[in-house]
Design a protein around this ligand. Sequence first.
Ligand code: TK8
Length: 337
Amino acid sequence: MKLKTLFTALILFSTTAAGWVAAQDIKPRLIRFGYGLNDQSNQGRATKLFADEIEKSSGGKMKLRAVGAAALGSDVQMQQALIGGAQEMMVGSTATLVGIVGEMGLWDTPFLFANSKEADTILDGPIGQKVMDKLRDKGIVGLVYWENGFRNLTNNKRPITKVEDLDGIKLRVMQNTVYLDSFKTLGANAVPMAFSELFTALETKAVDGQENPYNTILSSKFFEVQKFMTVSNHVYSPWIVTVSKKYWDQLSKDEQKIIMDAAIKSRDFERVDTRTEAGKALADLKSKGMQVNELSMTEVARMREKLVKVNAGIATNVGNDLWQETQAALAKMRGQK
Ligand code: TK8
């Protein structure tokens, strides 16, 4: 009898408004976080750390549900979901944001950064912030840049030892005009395509080649479907961690801080992890059977020479002020060495 009373009381309590609100409060805030690579990749590892940090520092009140391998969609599809508020967060290439914020095309400038120190300084400094802040008006909040890395060419036709070797190679590029123009200028038959479709396209020989950092060539197992790799380091590409502005604006200042602090930790971890992996990846890729050659200094210089006219177009598209400011900041850093 006593037990039955308690039971009834419990049911009554849990169905009252107060009980319902209390239950809602305990429910963790679930953040859907999408990314394009698999969970074994540098992107996957940093996402795991980011998720752990958020859960830890929110005392379990906030939870990141990370979904890799583009299972929530390609970079472009996820960006749209963020803008619409159907998805909370993602990490992906800045290159795929160029259609939304033209200034993002700055990072796709071939040979913009000479090394990762230059990349970190510019991306984490006022210029990187300025470009990131442009996203807000479009419904996206940028938090931090992660390293995707310096990109190298792979293909199934031949080793690229000189610019002319790119002639007619069907090369998948990221979906923006800078990449398209750059590789067309170099003579390749550039095909824009979402990353999520790339492995199959290489496997079925719909395209001959692609370009990505060592880490991705390794983690996405492109070595299984690509014979030649050419070390060209033709561009440094960043990833960017972003939040739906609709979601961000609903969060308290404390909740925003938890996410931001975790994002900074994930960035610092990700860069070290990516660079460590990249340092070993070349040997790994060779041992997996890839035939690797390094583009000579002379050929790199020829490539840069050909791409000068692309740079003029980028300057116009991102705005001359931003272009000049970036060039000046780089010149200053290089002068200080
Ligand atoms: C992953 C992509 C990838 C990028 C590409 O979603 O598309 O080639 O390098 O990292 O953003």
